[in-house]
Design a protein around this ligand. Structure first.
Ligand code: ADP
Ligand code: MG
Length: 638
């Protein structure tokens, strides 16, 4: 025996999370057992895609056999189901890292997403890239025989596991490249060793797989007397043509949905899709889906994004990011180009001007799909918005060309309804604008309640002018790029001095000027007190119930954005706000009469700090605020 280190049978332990996962598969996922087949066929199909892709550069990898297929067979007596492919195969290292010790990033997330509801949990499997382990839903022993395409036949690998904490790997001789998976069925899953059952499961989940899934025809009845039993014939179970090459009218909705699950690893149906063939200068087919639910990694920098790229039906790459902008990263699907070369790489994609044209066209497709949904199926659109609205809000900043289109798709909470549900479009807002109103007003705060109760809204509420209530993290940033809609400027109500233009009557304006004159002294005294903290003190007419508020300068960064940057560790320049007093408020009137300068200073400080707090801001010196307030409270109790 020439036992090299790697030829020996080696027993290895699973990493903790993989172990937990196995236990779960074995003991708790009973409903929906049949999905194991979907997962294994899907892996076999991926393996074929990978081989086709590699073989573009190195045809030898086919080893003389380029007819890629998946075979499924069973043995009733031995109680086994076997799934074989002649795809890329795995080396020993591949086997150990993909099926063994190293849990993939998805594993931990999968475990933490478990609901305890066995039906739901089993559906999560594909989404988190832990499909292989679903073998253990039906098997108590799983064998994998595999050899990497192009490797010598002596480099076959035999992996075996009985669903406990360990697995073994051993070198074997394997003539055919690719992977064979043998499932030794558990007692309660023996019914899968049945041709009819397997065929129906394959039809149900794997019809769209573009390579043939083959089974042997079963002999019916006894062979005729005197005749040799015929050699069993092969039979292709699935449709086995790439779904997107078929015409729209030919493809059933269920087929589109199954295909969606395959490309997205999602377990739920897609919300909607758009399937298009483009001919002319560019020649390509696209099939783009909108998911129902946001994936767990939507906001991860390394999260999956982009579409699957095919060139003339040959799979080229996953996550081709060049075909859609970042703010549409939730879109799943495929693009199949007839113009690109099979050798295309990410670098080439980045430089190819045709890709820019495709990206523009695909972006438009998605935006049109959304627009159509928003108009025709507002409930579905609301569902979409809830999941992906915040991502779409990155659009105006990223995609200048489509700003107006994206703006129409945005939804907001507003003072019109005063509810947290963002269900109002800018078009709705504009249709309700008042006589003489030129701007679209909004307030941005850390959360809905702060926005809704912002003192800046008081005058707007009094005059019945609608204000958008923004509380998503991206809002300030988005607005800074959007700037206008339908020719109307978007105005932050907490920014700059309030100018309601024609919305104020002549009498109101005169009354305001009069009061400004009367309280000049108060403004000067307050300014002296707050010299260090504020850029300016002035009187305002935007308040009705609150005594004071703070506003930022027209060109300064909004408070929400500032906090965002600070949280991200950015050092922000000190920008002083403007402090505004409400001359109609009894507290302010009293303040004007306060002769004791110390007490006056205390009161001004308190008003300023309160104004900061009601914006959701932080005090520089909270202890000082508390002390001043307590001094006042003490006076009260005298
Ligand atoms: P995923 O398919 O999402 O990556 P799986 O748990 O289904 O997760 O599979 C894990 C990995 O094992 C695959 O990514 C692949 O590298 C490898 N693998 C599984 N089945 C096969 C196969 N039939 N041929 C080659 N590699 C395979
Ligand atoms: Mg898989």
């Amino acid at each position: 025996m020439t036992a090299t280190a790697t030829a020996e049978k080696e027993t290895l332990g699973f990493q903790t999370e993989a172990k937990q996962l196995l236990q779960l598969m074995i003991h708790s996922l009973y409903s929906n057992k049949e999905i194991f087949l979907r997962e294994l066929v899907s892996n076999a199909s991926d393996a074929a895609d990978k081989l086709r892709f590699e073989a573009v550069k190195n045809g030898d990898l086919y080893e003389g056999d380029s007819e890629l297929a998946i075979r499924v067979s069973f043995d009733k007596d031995a109680k086994t189901v076997t799934i074989s492919d002649n795809g890329i195969g795995m080396s020993r290292e591949d086997v150990i890292s993909h099926l063994g010790t190293i849990a993939k990033s998805g594993t931990a997330q999968f475990l933490s997403s478990l609901s305890g509801d066995d039906k739901k949990d089993s559906q999560l499997i594909g989404q988190f890239g832990v499909g292989f382990y679903s073998s253990f839903i039906v098997a108590d022993r799983v064998e994998v025989l595999t050899r990497k395409a192009g490797a010598p036949t002596s480099e076959g690998v035999h992996w075996e596991c009985e669903g406990d904490a360990e697995f073994t790997v051993e070198a074997i001789e394997k003539a055919d490249r690719g992977t064979t998976i043998i499932l030794h069925l558990k007692d309660d899953a023996e019914d899968f060793a049945d041709g009819f059952r397997l065929r129906s499961v394959i039809k149900k989940y794997s019809d769209h797989i573009s390579l043939p899934v083959i089974m042997q025809k079963e002999a019916h009845g006894e062979p005729e007397e005197g005749k040799e039993p015929e050699a069993p014939e092969d039979e292709t179970i699935n449709t086995a043509t790439a779904l997107w090459t078929r015409s729209r009218s030919e493809v059933k909705d269920e087929e589109y949905q199954e295909f969606y699950k395959h490309v997205s690893n999602d377990y739920q149906d897609a919300l909607t899709w758009s399937h298009n063939r483009v001919e002319g200068k560019l020649d390509y087919t696209s099939l783009l889906y909108l998911p129902k639910k946001a994936p767990f990694d939507l906001y991860n920098r390394e999260g999956t994004r982009g579409v699957k790229l095919y060139v003339q039906r040959t799979f080229i790459m996953d996550e081709a990011e060049q075909f859609l902008p970042m703010y549409l990263r939730f879109v799943k699907g495929i693009v199949d180009s007839n113009d690109l070369s099979l050798n295309v790489s990410r670098e080439i994609l980045q430089k190819d001007p045709n890709i820019d044209a495709m990206r523009a066209a695909l972006t438009k497709r998605v935006l049109d799909m959304l627009d159509k949904m928003a108009k025709k199926k507002p409930e579905e659109y609301a569902e979409f918005w809830k999941e992906f609205g915040e991502v779409l809000k990155e659009g105006p900043g990223e995609d200048f060309a489509n700003k107006e289109k994206i703006a129409k798709l945005l939804r907001f909470a507003t003072t019109h309804t005063d509810t947290e549900t963002p269900d109002q479009s800018l078009e709705n807002y504009v249709s309700r604008m008042q006589e003489g109103q030129e701007k679209i007003y909004y307030v941005a705060a850390e959360n809905f309640n702060t926005a809704k109760n912002s003192p800046h809204l008081e005058v707007f509420r009094k005059k019945g002018i609608e204000v958008l209530l923004l509380s998503d993290r991206v809002d300030d940033w988005m607005m800074s790029h959007l700037r206008e809609f339908d020719g109307k400027q978007l105005q932050d109500v907490a920014r700059g001095s309030l100018d309601l233009g024609d919305l104020d009557t002549e009498e109101e304006k005169q009354a305001q000027e009069k009061i400004n004159e009367e309280l000049k002294g108060l403004v000067e005294r307050s300014k002296a007190v707050l010299e260090e903290q504020v850029a300016e003190v002035r009187l305002t007419h935007r308040l009705t119930d609150s005594p004071a508020c703070v506003v930022v300068g027209e060109d300064d960064m909004g408070a929400q954005m500032r906090r965002l940057m600070e949280q991200a560790g950015q050092a922000m320049p000190d920008v002083k706000p403007t402090f505004e007093l409400n001359p109609e408020h009894p507290l302010v009137k009293k303040l004007d009469l306060e002769a004791d300068e110390d007490r006056f200073a205390d009161l001004v400080h308190i008003l300023f700090d309160q104004a900061t707090l009601s914006e959701g801001g932080h005090l520089d010196d909270p202890a000082a605020y508390v002390q001043r307030l307590n001094r006042l409270l003490l006076e009260l109790s005298h």
